[in-house]
Design a protein around this ligand. Structure first.
Ligand code: SF4
Length: 82
């Protein structure tokens, strides 16, 4: 089972809402208008991350590729995929 880590560069999020619409189990819009990675841990530098399961992969890949400013990334076994 590969280790899948979702990373959000929240500091560069523009709050378009696409991730929360596509993958609402993992993303919601915060009170400040920017997206929150649900369950994400502060990784410093405005970045948040958390591990996801295989079942969460498909929608989050879609969210990452849809993000207009490319601030959602996916790491598989330590290697950046998106
Ligand atoms: S899709 Fe990207 S820019 Fe839009 S709210 Fe989500 S993280 Fe922010």
């Amino acid at each position: 089972m590969p280790k899948l880590i979702l990373v959000h560069e929240r500091g560069n999020c523009i709050g378009c809402g696409a991730c929360a619409a596509i993958a609402p189990d993992c993303w919601r819009m915060g009170k400040d208008g920017l997206a929150d990675l649900i369950g994400g841990k502060d990784a410093g530098g405005g970045r948040y991350s958390r591990q996801i399961s295989e079942s969460e992969l498909s929608t989050n890949k879609q969210a990452a590729t849809t993000c207009p400013v490319n601030v959602i990334h996916l790491e598989k076994d330590g290697k950046r995929e998106i």
